[in-house]
Design a protein around this ligand. Structure first.
Ligand SMILES: Nc1ncnc2c1ncn2[C@@H]1O[C@H](COP(=O)(O)OP(=O)(O)OP(=O)(O)O)[C@@H](O)[C@H]1O
Length: 884
């Protein structure tokens, strides 16, 4: 660390004096100005003796440190000592200096600069003054050179310190003046000298005393360099005389200089000694601080703050959707514990429903008036066959059974007629379970368009006539103008007579609903709303939308808008729930693949909704879709899609479907098949023999095909629902299979949207009846949703489903209500990417076990030839059908 001494500041109000109190500055370079001297951050230090002590107040000198730290006491002490020494030295030298000052003042009178440079120069004044006024220009040049050289002598000259503050002050003013003059005159030369001076100053700092004597020599000789004209011997003698005199003076000067050098060196030595002393003191001070001794042990650390990173939440979703009510899929609860009447629980048990399934366990209490939760709308997303229908049918029937009058209280909307019929069966069961006591029998009606509108209307509505001229008049007025109270008639043709007006003047017709619950398809519902006299939704307080994702995704004649519009009509207390603090329409929305699309769900105008989802053990996340727990899935690779029907035939006949796993048989008839397994194998092994018999049949091709081995063992055919991509594909495949193997003919049936409703119903009934010959149903996606075939063993996707949701619904026709089931999918090479990526390994479908693979070998030539013949025949039949 370096410190620099700065002389004590003058009292305020005397800035000039303060400036002049600074040590003499050798040149007017900015760095050497008093301000610059005191500037902090100066990059080197030099010794500057103290100024005159007499006029100064005893202010301790300021010490500036390069790192701007506060000065230590020792440093201040040292500075003071130096200051005092400087003052003592100044007074001792004062008498010697007086002569030089007089000379310097004399020069000032002649207009020569009297700066501190000149002070220094004063020691060599004899030489300089001899130059004379005539040689002023040269003298000035010389003066500059002298200035440069004499700057080296600064420390020496300043050591004198014999100028009074006043003298210094005046000298300072003159210095400013002379500086300005010289600056103007010298120009570039002055600039050049600046750099020299700066360099010289640096040298002074390193060793201020050393070069002084040597540097003096050329200054003395300098006048020799000046060229003067010779004016005879006299002048020569005069010059020699002068030279001698100069030599003598020079000797004196050197002597004086040596003395000064000696003094400076002494001081320097003294200062260095003091510096060592203070440094030692500083070290001893720092050493005095007690040291903390630590063993080799870990230092105590602050406790780590545990930063919990919260799992990302779907903040954009509403709370009920982001955080649904979860229920384990294997939950079972006795119905008697769900707040149902004992009689109801008994009826259900007799039906074979001793316990409520998981979804029923959660949903029924929420929908009953005994629920402690604030009533609102309910959404249920649960796997196929999990008993969703009963979950809503029971509470609705219970609510309606408390009423006395039959009014349309509940509307249940389903996408297909088959599902309507299915739901009707469940509601009838519930109505039976709640019948009796002081409860009314809940009446269930359906509207599916399977019969004419008129006959359906007759089933739904009844009418009574009365004579009421006032009412008749009022209805007439309403009809003519204000229809605000009869919005249900607003769609009627104004030319048509109001159905409430009887054929006789004053006769009024009143309409009454014959049903409490209407289960319907959306299209037929709209038709009744528009065309059935007196049919309204004024008293409806339940709306069920089953297979909601399908019903919301498609318009179905804009049924939802029409229905919601009707719900806006509110007669006094018409939609009040008897046991609940609730008014209006309560909605129950369900699907095995319930959409989470809020834009679709928002159409329903839900109120305080809650969502129930099924979860399996260990599920952290709820998958979009879930498959039944006991469903096994298999994929069959189809190398040559042209031969796909042969693959299907092989799958059905070759025993793959039986040996693929250990799925328990759900079919009574199939249970008998166990003993036939060995014979199946022997049948397959004797397939070569079948070929010869085929040859025989070829001989009389027009004859009816002989019953094959499969016909004899019909029970060995697995009960299978085969899905195709379209009605046409289903019909074609059905025919092709019977052409390929005529023995299959009595066991195959087809279900498409072109199939008459009564045939559909018969087919489905036959399919689930063990004694029925129907073992295989080939269907379009018409029966992919909701159809309950409790004992169906297998579902085969002959064609891939259109979507993941479609797959879930299709395969969900088996493995229902806690039973086992299997799903088989024929996958062409070009389809395998989508199937494995989206369906079999996709994260959107939760499954209990991985999808298995079944290998079917390449078809033999004989089979291919047989297949081609069948195709040809199929083509011929199609052409014949077109001709007809
Ligand atoms: N508590 C119960 N105990 C036994 N069987 C039941 C119970 N509840 C419903 N089931 C039966 O479970 C089967 C499936 O019921 P349901 O048709 O209501 O299922 P789902 O969840 O609506 O299926 P999907 O989504 O395919 O329409 C039906 O055969 C039904 O009789």
């Amino acid at each position: 660390m370096y410190a620099r001494y700065i002389p004590p500041a003058k009292p305020a109000g005397t800035p000039k004096a303060a400036a002049s109190s600074q040590p003499p500055i050798p040149s007017p370079t900015p760095a050497a100005t008093p301000q610059a001297v005191g500037a902090p951050g100066f990059s080197y230090a030099r010794y500057v003796p103290g100024a005159n002590a007499s006029p100064k107040p005893p202010v301790p000198p300021a010490v500036h440190y390069f790192d701007d730290e506060e000065p230590t006491s020792s440093s201040v002490k040292r500075k003071r000592t130096v200051d005092e020494e400087g003052q003592t030295e100044s007074s001792a030298k004062k008498s010697k200096k007086t002569q030089k000052d007089e000379e310097s003042q004399g020069r000032d009178a002649n207009g020569v600069s009297s700066s501190k440079d000149d002070d220094a120069e004063g020691t060599k004044s004899p030489k300089v003054t001899n130059s004379g006024k005539a040689k002023k220009g040269k003298k000035e040049k010389k003066q500059n050179e002298l200035d440069n050289d004499m700057e080296i002598e600064d420390p020496k000259s300043t050591l004198n310190g014999d100028t009074s503050p006043a003298e210094q002050n005046s000298a300072g003013e003159e210095l400013v003046e002379s500086k300005a003059e010289r600056k103007a005159k010298k120009g570039k030369k002055s600039d050049a000298s600046k750099s020299d001076k700066q360099q010289d100053r640096d040298e002074v700092i390193e060793d201020p005393s050393e070069p002084i004597v040597q540097e003096d020599q050329p200054m003395v000789d300098a006048p020799n360099d000046t060229t003067e004209p010779a004016s005879g011997k006299k002048e020569k003698r005069k010059r020699e005389k002068k030279k001698k005199k100069a030599k003598l003076e020079k000797g004196d000067t050197v002597e004086k200089t040596d003395k000064r050098h000696k003094t400076v060196l002494e001081r320097k030595t003294k200062s260095l000694k003091l510096a060592d002393k203070f440094a030692a003191e500083a070290v001893s001070e720092s050493e005095e601080e007690p040291e903390e001794v630590h063993d080799l042990e870990p230092l105590p650390q602050p406790k780590l703050v545990s930063v919990e990173t919260p799992n990302p939440t779907y903040e954009t979703l509403p709370g009920w959707l982001a955080d649904p009510i979860r229920v384990a899929e294997d939950t079972r609860t006795p119905f008697s514990e769900l707040g149902l009447l004992p009689k109801t629980a008994r009826v259900l048990e007799e039906k074979g429903f001793p316990d409520a399934f998981a979804v029923q366990t959660k949903a029924i209490p929420l929908l009953l008036p005994t629920s402690k939760q604030r009533p609102g709308d309910l959404l249920i997303s649960a796997a196929t066959g999990s008993g969703k229908t009963l979950a809503y049918a029971l509470p609705i029937v219970r609510d309606i059974s408390q009423g006395l009058v039959t009014r349309l209280r509940a509307l249940v909307v389903l996408p297909t007629r088959e599902l309507v019929k299915q739901a009707q069966d469940v509601f009838e069961l519930c109505a039976k379970a709640y019948e009796g006591g002081n409860r009314k029998r809940v009446r269930i009606g359906v509207a599916i368009g399977s019969q004419t509108l008129k006959s359906e209307q007759a089933h739904l509505m009844e009418q009574q006539s009365r004579y009421d001229p006032e009412a008749y008049k009022r209805i007439q007025q309403e009809r003519q103008g204000d229809l605000s109270d009869v919005t249900h008639l607003s769609n009627l043709d104004p030319d048509e007579t109001d159905p409430r007006l009887g054929p006789w003047e004053g006769e009024v017709v009143d309409f009454f609903s014959k049903v409490d619950v209407l289960i319907c398809t959306p299209g037929r519902l709209v038709e009744h709303l528009e065309q059935t006299p007196g049919f309204d939704l004024d008293y409806v307080r339940w709306l069920v939308v089953d297979e909601a994702d399908k019903l919301l995704a498609q318009s179905f004649q804009g049924w939802l808008d029409v229905v919601l519009e009707k719900f806006k009509t509110s007669k006094f207390t018409a939609r009040e729930f008897p046991d609940m603090d609730l008014e209006g329409v309560r909605k129950v929305i369900l699907s095995a693949t319930l959409t989470r699309d809020l834009s679709l769900l928002n159409q329903l105008a839900l109120r305080r909704p809650q969502l129930i989802v099924l979860e399996s053990e260990g599920d952290a996340l709820i998958a979009e879709h879930a498959l039944p727990a006991l469903l096994e899935e298999f994929a069959i690779r189809v190398h040559n899609t042209n031969l796909k029907p042969l693959y299907l035939l092989e799958l059905l006949k070759a025993g793959h479907m039986k040996s693929a796993g250990a799925a328990p048989s759900n079919n009574d008839a199939a249970a008998d098949d166990g003993s036939d397994t060995s014979s199946d194998e022997s049948d397959d092994s004797s397939s070569a023999d079948d070929t010869s018999s085929d040859d025989d049949s070829d001989s009389d091709s027009d004859a009816e095909p002989k019953p094959s081995k499969y016909q004899l063992k019909k029970s060995t055919l697995p009960v299978s629902l085969i899905f195709t991509k379209s009605n046409e594909a289903a019909l074609r495949l059905s025919r092709l299979l019977t052409l390929l193997d005529p023995s299959l003919s009595p066991h195959i049936s087809t279900l498409t949207s072109t199939t008459p409703t009564n045939v559909r119903r018969k087919t489905l009934r036959a399919f689930t009846t063990p004694s029925s010959p129907i073992r295989i149903v080939i269907a379009s996606d018409l029966v992919a949703r909701g159809i309950d075939l409790p004992k169906l063993e297998h579902v085969i996707n002959y064609d891939l489903p259109p979507s993941a949701a479609g797959y879930v619904h299709r395969v969900g026709r088996t493995a229902r209500a806690g039973r086992a089931g299997r799903a088989w999918t024929l996958v062409g090479d070009d389809e395998s990417g989508w199937f494995w990526g989206k369906i079999a390994k996709g994260a959107g479908i939760r499954r209990a076990q991985k999808v298995g693979r079944v290998r079917i070998e390449e078809m033999g030539e004989e089979r291919v030839a047989n297949y081609e013949a069948a195709l040809e025949k199929l083509g011929q039949e199609a052409m014949d059908a077109r001709k007809r």
